[in-house]
Design a protein around this ligand. Structure first.
Ligand SMILES: [Zn+2]
Length: 80
């Protein structure tokens, strides 16, 4: 990320700053997904970038449980 800095002599120079990433959030309810290190989202081991479960890093555990429950009930034909 380019950052323009003015030096004491009045010259404008370009500095390259490290980009700060926002915390990974659930795509359904918007809560922060724990267990991820947002500083290493583009590098480092995969276990630190995401969560090891279906839809890990995309959905939180609560939303995933609700969706699985709804899908199972839908498959069984249970209403209510
Ligand atoms: Zn959620």
């Amino acid at each position: 990320m380019k950052v323009f800095r003015r030096t004491p002599s009045g010259r404008t120079v370009v500095h390259y700053a490290r980009r700060s990433y926002s915390l990974p959030r659930c795509g359904r309810c918007g809560t922060v997904i724990h267990g991820t290190d947002h500083r290493t989202l583009t590098k480092g081991p995969k276990s630190r970038r995401s969560v090891e479960r279906p839809y890990g890093g995309t959905l939180c555990h609560r939303c995933l449980g609700e969706l699985i429950d709804a899908e199972v009930l839908n498959e069984w034909g249970v209403t209510g």
